[in-house]
Design a protein around this ligand. Structure first.
Ligand code: NAD
Length: 291
């Protein structure tokens, strides 16, 4: 089996990135979302990001044009289901993801491979609710997708070798590296990264440092390219909270309890860059700390 067409469910910051790199690698891409506004935004973002790549000589104008031609959007599960590999990258909520696979079930062919870009929901559990746990796999991209080199590949307990090899090959063709992770809560990168971000939020909550001092401390003191609060805003505070909840529930260790301040930001709808407010306010020219 060769993969020619990629279907992507969810055209948010990750979905549009996956569409971007897949179209540039020569795949036909069908991007699906329940929100027409998000689909329009995704197309504009992809075109803009590719233009930036042309300006910095990372790709040619011909590459950009060819990739944009490969890209289409749809609001029909039936059309999406014609893809060989469907990567779900919708909101990090298990019931949302389950419903998406339910909707796809009547239309997909027996060869279709299903994947999820989930940051933290068990692949085995998502797979077991589909009609094809053997052909289900975690393909976990990093943010921002066009820039980050790593993709985690997560095998569910039932994932077969053929699916695993096809997923590996797909990632290779995107020019990215893979790290294989076992299917335990939050896999490798987020298992290590999110507790650090959560601790940074506790550090703010307990008044040990301000937003600026915490980010400066980790940038200059630990040589991190971004401060942890800046990174939290970049990931999305809803996604950060979901991952901490999955770690807390899945590993039953109080060291993973989400910081109440993270919960408060999520409840306020201050989700970081995507809503223009999180630990920083992005509505002006330069980001300003919100605490
Ligand atoms: P986002 O909020 O930017 O986008 C989510 C998109 O899903 C939205 O466009 C929304 O309209 C759409 N959506 C919601 N319900 C849907 C449905 N039923 N059908 C179709 N589309 C639906 O979120 P994101 O940051 O792009 O995250 C998406 C997935 O990627 C999550 O599973 C997340 O855990 C994972 N992920 C996120 C990051 C990150 O840094 N943000 C990194 C790796 C993986």
């Amino acid at each position: 089996m060769t993969i020619k067409t990629i279907g992507i469910v969810g055209s948010g910051q990750m979905g549009n990135g996956i569409a971007h790199v897949s179209a540039l690698a020569g795949y036909n891409v069908k991007l699906f979302d329940i929100s027409k506004i998000q689909l329009d935004k995704a197309l504009a973002t992809i075109a803009g990001n590719m233009t930036r790549q042309v300006s910095s000589d990372k790709i040619s104008e011909q590459d950009r044009e060819a990739a944009l031609e490969k890209l289409s959007v749809t609001d029909s599960y039936e059309e999406l289901a014609t893809a060989d590999l469907i990567i779900e990258s919708a909101t990090e909520k298990e019931e949302v993801k389950r419903e998406i696979f339910e909707h796809l079930r009547p239309y997909i062919s027996e060869d279709t491979i299903l994947a999820s870009n989930t940051s933290s929901i068990p692949i085995t559990r998502l797979a077991s609710n589909t009609d094809r746990p053997e052909q289900f796999i975690g393909i976990h991209f990093m943010n921002p997708v066009p820039v980050m080199e790593l993709v985690e590949i997560v095998r569910g307990i039932a994932t077969d070798d053929k699916t695993f090899n096809l997923a590996q090959e797909f990632v290779d063709t995107l020019g990215k590296q893979t790290a294989v992770a076992e299917d335990f809560p939050a896999f490798i990168v987020n298992r290590i990264l999110l507790p650090m971000i959560n601790e940074a939020i506790y550090t703010l909550y307990e008044g040990v440092g301000t937003v600026e001092s915490i980010d400066k401390a980790m940038k200059l003191g630990a040589n991190h390219p971004m401060g942890p609060l800046q990174l939290a805003d970049f990931i999305g505070l809803d996604t950060c909270l979901s991952i901490m909840q999955v770690l807390h529930d899945g590993l039953a260790d109080p060291k993973y309890r989400p910081c109440p301040l993270l919960v408060k930001y999520k409840e306020a709808g201050w989700l970081g860059r995507k809503t223009k407010r999180g630990f920083y306010d992005y509505r002006g020219e330069t980001p300003v700390p919100t605490r």
